[in-house]
Write a new protein. Structure first.
Length: 318
């Protein structure tokens, strides 16, 4: 048996000492010497529940991955255009794809690097998949008032610098990069990627969002896309995206109308991952059994209180 306290242990100890002092006081008090054993038992059970006792439940296989997955995401205003499948906005389709891709990399570590008016780390490298799945739907395009155009090369350079730094810290891990953008640019710049940065990268995929017909860019206020449009039509720049894929020694695909293919992504992840499995002990919670006993004692206590109230009323009537 092991214990995994629900609260910090020092909090439990402090509260336990307070209750012990209270019980001693009640037992030695001139006014109340009779403290039902049932109530003491309820207090003891409550503290045991807070300690969260667990019993051995067998073994489990833990899958570990040696892959870092980086998402480089375009969150500039042009990603508000609703020209993806089912009239989804580009950034909405991108958010959905990020979540599905992450699910395909079992046990990997994930990081999100975004670009709005500047490149920044939106989510540091973590092995908590749930954290990414909770955070990704909250990603939104920059407010129009803060926007200063699109420069995808800045995002690529910033991301590659981070990947190179992580490679120096974790040389045994593979680094996989997913670039997701419409490729639109307001400045004709090309990302400069060093040989060391390319060596730090195990694989790269560039996914494009948008159509050649394009659509009007929407205004964004406080992270919310409005119905008002800017006087600007944004179209996907596949030539730019293909150039970036080539510079990263990766491949490019247009995912505007593509349904996520779990099997295809699994095939990609399986060729990139170095997974190790290990056997660990698993444990089962038992505090729910104690909770049932506590509930029964509480009902007993309430029943006694109710009977005393009814008896007192009968005496008063007489």
């Amino acid at each position: 048996m092991i214990f995994k306290p629900l609260l910090p242990i020092y909090v439990i100890i402090f509260v336990a000492l307070a209750f012990i002092a209270f019980i001693v006081f009640m037992l030695t008090s001139k006014h109340q010497r009779n403290l039902p054993i049932r109530r003491i038992l309820m207090i003891v059970i409550m503290f045991v529940i807070m300690l969260r006792p667990m019993v051995r439940g067998g073994t489990a296989v833990r899958q570990e991955s040696s892959t870092n997955v980086f998402f480089a995401l375009d969150l500039t205003n042009s990603m508000t255009v609703a020209d993806c499948k089912n009239n989804q906005r580009r950034f909405e389709k991108m958010r959905d794809d990020v979540q599905e891709i992450a699910k395909s990399f079992t046990g990997a570590r994930f990081s999100i690097i975004a670009m709005d008016y500047d490149a920044y780390v939106a989510m540091p490298l973590t092995d908590d998949l749930d954290a990414l799945l909770n955070y990704a739907p909250k990603l939104s395009v920059i407010d129009t008032a803060k926007s200063n155009g699109s420069d995808l090369s800045k995002l690529i350079v910033y991301t590659m610098e981070h990947i190179e730094n992580y490679r120096e810290l974790f040389q045994e891990r593979k680094n996989v990069l997913f670039v997701m953008s419409d490729g639109e640019r307001t400045e004709n710049t090309k990302p400069i990627i060093t040989k060391n940065q390319l060596n730090a990268l195990s694989a790269a995929r560039v996914y494009g969002y948008g159509t050649s017909e394009g659509g009007y860019v929407k205004r964004v206020y406080n992270g919310e896309v409005s119905k008002n449009s800017l006087n600007h039509i944004s179209r996907i720049d596949e030539e730019n995206l293909q150039d970036i894929a080539s510079r990263l020694n990766g491949s490019y695909e247009n995912w505007t109308d593509v349904d996520f293919d779990a099997q295809k992504m699994k095939a990609i992840s399986s060729t990139l991952e170095l997974s190790d499995s290990s056997t660990i002990e698993s444990y089962r919670d038992t505090y729910w059994l104690l909770a049932l006993i506590l509930a029964a004692l509480l009902l007993w206590e309430l029943s006694d209180c109710l009977n005393k109230v009814l008896d007192e009323r009968k005496v008063v009537k007489k």
